[in-house]
Design a protein around this ligand. Structure first.
Ligand SMILES: Nc1ncnc2c1ncn2[C@@H]1O[C@H](COP(=O)(O)OP(=O)(O)OP(=O)(O)O)[C@@H](O)[C@H]1O
Length: 257
């Protein structure tokens, strides 16, 4: 069996006296849409933040695509191919959809004065490529019609799609999605699930934190359940839904592994 794309080993993170991650182990296999679920306070956000380099873990390791990226800064993590989207869309409201997408393309031409002065044909070609990629990503996410609209004018669901598009512009190997359907109506949630399923069909690997169980059940396999900063269970949605320990954790009772 091939090595997992992402492996988290014994991850520990404390906030003062609170142990948010207490030796978390998890693995994400290539080509899967894996869910990370668990009751409020289980440590899911903290795990995402440690994996994406936003905060440093106090212990343990994050191995991505064979590289130890433990404690690496977010820009390095992104360059390695691990890209996260945010629950609250981070796009710049005044910019258009196209501009927002271009902003997150890798190795932006025009990002420094030197680049501007040395603008060569190759760089112009790169800019054209980026633009073509932005248009293709917008098309696949049904955002073509609003490409020239300001991000601020988008519906809630379109903002969620732009957030996914923004992450795709960085050409991820692994996409971390933070609650991609929170606050979205069921029709749009189903559309977003279809877009993510298409990404998987094309070989993308996705790790998603989501509280909406219909979405998780329809899209994600395997499902990893966290409780109290640790791995509690993993498997198909059906198997974890029937797991007594998982039911107990969601009932808010103390979990005895
Ligand atoms: N910056 C912080 N300062 C202090 N405590 C924190 C901080 N961030 C998280 N915690 C604590 O760490 C624990 C795990 O929180 P975390 O937000 O990672 O859980 P979660 O599973 O993402 O919860 P939710 O589903 O509610 O978003 C909680 O007890 C939380 O109060």
């Amino acid at each position: 069996m091939t090595a997992p794309l992402l492996e988290v080993r014994g991850l520990v993170r404390r906030f003062g006296g609170v142990v948010a991650l207490d030796g978390l182990d998890l693995a994400v296999r290539r080509g899967t849409v894996t869910a990370l679920i668990g009751p409020n306070g289980a440590g899911k956000s903290t795990a995402f933040q440690c994996i994406s380099g936003v905060i440093r873990p106090d212990g343990g390791n994050v191995i991505f695509d064979g590289q130890d990226i433990t404690g690496a800064r977010p820009d390095r993590v992104t360059r390695a191919g691990l890209v996260r989207s945010f629950q609250i869309a981070r796009g710049i409201p005044r910019l258009t959809v196209l501009e927002n997408l271009l902003l997150y393309g890798q190795h932006q031409p025009g990002e420094s004065l030197a680049v501007a002065l040395l603008a060569t044909q190759a760089m112009r070609r790169r800019e054209e490529e980026l633009r073509a990629r932005a248009e293709a990503i917008a098309a696949r996410l049904n955002l073509s019609r609003v490409l020239d609209n300001q991000a601020a004018a988008l519906s809630g669901g379109q903002k969620k799609l732009l957030e996914i598009g923004r992450a795709l512009m960085a050409e991820p190997k692994l996409l971390l999605l933070d609650e991609p359907v929170a606050g979205v109506n069921p029709t749009l949630a189903a559309e977003i699930a279809r877009h993510i399923a298409h990404l998987r069909e094309e070989g993308m690997t996705v790790l998603v934190v989501e509280h909406h169980m219909d979405f998780v059940a329809s899209l994600c396999d395997p499902v990893i359940v966290m409780a109290e900063g640790k791995l509690l269970a993993q498997g198909s949605f059906e198997s974890i839904a029937n797991d007594a320990r998982v039911q107990e954790a969601y009932m808010g009772r103390r979990v005895h592994a």
